[in-house]
Design a protein around this ligand. Sequence first.
Ligand SMILES: [Zn+2]
Length: 238
Amino acid sequence: MYKIAITAGHYRYTSGKRCLKKLDKNETREWVLNDRIADKIEQLLKGYEGYSLIRTDDTTGETAVEVKDRVKKANDFGADIYISIHHNAGVLGGKGGGIVAYTYTKVSAQTTEWQKELYDALIKHTGLKGNRATPLAKSNLQECRETKMPAVLLELGFMDSQTDVPIILTEDYAEACATAICEVIVKRSGLKKKSVEDKRSLYRVQVGAFYVKSNAEALAKELKAKGYSATIKEEAVK
Ligand SMILES: [Zn+2]
């Protein structure tokens, strides 16, 4: 069983973590953008089997989960990969920006592979390459330092960039990010697509339901006369 830990950075009310008002009149909160992508990853992974997944943030966004608690949850779970989803700031209303993928300063070759593959897939699917000097960055981040498994923190565009804001607010962008992240998880972990049988459903057509048996019999007779096959199924009523 492959174990995946995903976190949507911050929480709904983290002060300052939001889109710049002059670029987004709604001042969309960072957690909302992070959560949308995390949700989409969960949805896309439902098409696969052989894994279990936890979110280490509060998925309602109502409580602030400290980084040390997120890390503990992932370590206790025994996650094989930890992916932290964020959006950036720092261009102060200017142009440029783009995606940055962080790891801790000293990491295994495996972690560096995750970082590069995630970054490459994100650029392939979103095109949000931006102008950062080091889009594959290393930093002394608590979340990446204290997690025992490979951990990558993704900054998926700048919330104060004229270039990035109109893009990162769209549903299509969130979908593209989730698709890219899911693609790398599936490839690296070897998850299998669920077989078609697992998803098969049976759809019944019902025409009527009666408390009086003779009414059901009359309708069945009428349907049969019209050439339909009709069966009466008796059910107990509470
Ligand atoms: Zn953040």
